[in-house]
Design a protein around this ligand. Structure first.
Ligand SMILES: Nc1ncnc2c1ncn2[C@@H]1O[C@H](COP(=O)(O)OP(=O)(O)OP(=O)(O)O)[C@@H](O)[C@H]1O
Ligand SMILES: N[C@@H](CCO)C(=O)O
Length: 306
């Protein structure tokens, strides 16, 4: 195989209570990438469509992640990368992760799959470090593995795949403002009160349990974040109004997607998810800020060849 075309999905990191550890993969929305073997050695980004991003390998998260794999594998060829970007950078739905994960997934396929998904996650985390200054894997893991994932530890890297309830739908609202992950991380406190930590780890444990026993009501009760959301919600106009409206119409829960500005809501069933989407659409229409919304199932497959 000399070239490969892939779909690399958008993802929601944190899932309210699981800052830097929990994430899930979105269906239908994502980037496309074309990766080709070349005789010239090295990693070359030859085309980016959709958004204005650096072509220089070392400045692009796809390039940096691909280089990390390339330097480890030392193949007798090089690779050209074309990125057809659909996920806006700084959106909060894993734009950087889609490029980073997509690049390493595709090169691994072209090399005959020498690496497993955990090893690919490690390479793609180099891209996240470039984008945000932190090697978190909570967008990368769901993009590569699909479904819900939990990053049990980064040293050593240990990723757990969690069950995905089949009737779960995600609604995303993306206000057209940019919140850089690096800036959204910089405003967080270094120390947290013990009582908040207790609430948070009780929610994370209960969320994992809810996914395992397919309990939608319990899942909804766990979608709370007493540590990060109070700080970051101030960066997102009308966040509280959206959350209140989504929950009162019947969403299981609602929170900041990744580092924002996107907001996610989870619902049981497509009918309810559509009602939630219509409701938050109405709320945001009053802000005067450009935005778009979409609703989709949870993608249990992750990145795929197209
Ligand atoms: N291929 C790429 N795709 C997206 N962003 C890239 C890429 N290469 C470099 N970047 C840089 O990474 C930054 C965007 O990453 P950031 O983590 O802030 O946003 P995000 O991935 O949409 O958010 P989140 O991780 O919260 O979902 C921008 O500064 C952008 O220029
Ligand atoms: N866990 C990361 C995800 C965004 O990339 C954060 O919230 O900063």
């Amino acid at each position: 195989m000399k070239d490969i075309k892939i779909f690399s999905p958008a993802t929601v990191a944190n899932v309210s209570c699981g800052f830097d550890v929990l994430g899930f993969c979105l269906d239908t929305v994502g980037d496309e990438m074309l990766i080709r073997k070349t005789e010239n050695k090295g990693i070359f980004i030859t085309k980016i469509e959709g958004y204005d991003l650096p072509l220089k390998t070392e400045d692009n998260v796809a390039g940096v992640s691909a280089l990390a794999l390339y330097e480890d594998a030392k193949p007798n060829c090089g690779f050209e990368i074309e990125i057809y970007k659909k996920i806006k950078p700084g959106s909060g739905i894993g734009s950087s992760s889609a490029s980073a994960s997509g690049a390493v997934y595709a090169i691994n396929e072209l090399l005959g799959k020498p690496y497993n998904k955990t090893q690919l996650t490690r390479f793609a985390m180099k891209g996240e470090a470039l984008a945000s200054g932190s090697e978190h894997a909570d967008n990368i893991a769901p993009a590569l593995f699909g479904g819900f994932t939990l990053v049990k530890s980064t040293t050593p890297l240990d990723i757990l795949q969690l069950p995905t309830p089949s009737e779960l739908y995600a609604t995303i609202i993306h206000p057209q403002i940019e919140v850089k992950t690096s800036e959204a991380r910089a405003i967080l406190p270094n120390h947290i009160p013990l009582k908040d930590a207790i609430t948070q780890w009780s929610n994370v444990g209960s969320l994992v349990h809810a996914l395992h026993i397919n309990d939608y009501e319990l899942l909804g009760k766990t979608l709370n974040d007493v540590i990060v959301e109070p700080y970051r919600s101030q960066l997102i106009p009308s966040f509280d109004a959206v959350k209140k409206a989504a929950i009162s119409i019947g969403a299981l829960g609602c929170g900041i997607s990744g580092s924002g500005p996107s907001i996610f809501a989870l619902s049981k069933g497509q009918k309810m998810a559509t009602r939630v989407e219509n409701t938050i659409h109405d709320v945001y229409s009053k802000t005067g800020i450009d935005f778009y919304t979409f609703t989709c199932k949870i993608n249990t497959e992750g990145i795929k060849v197209i």
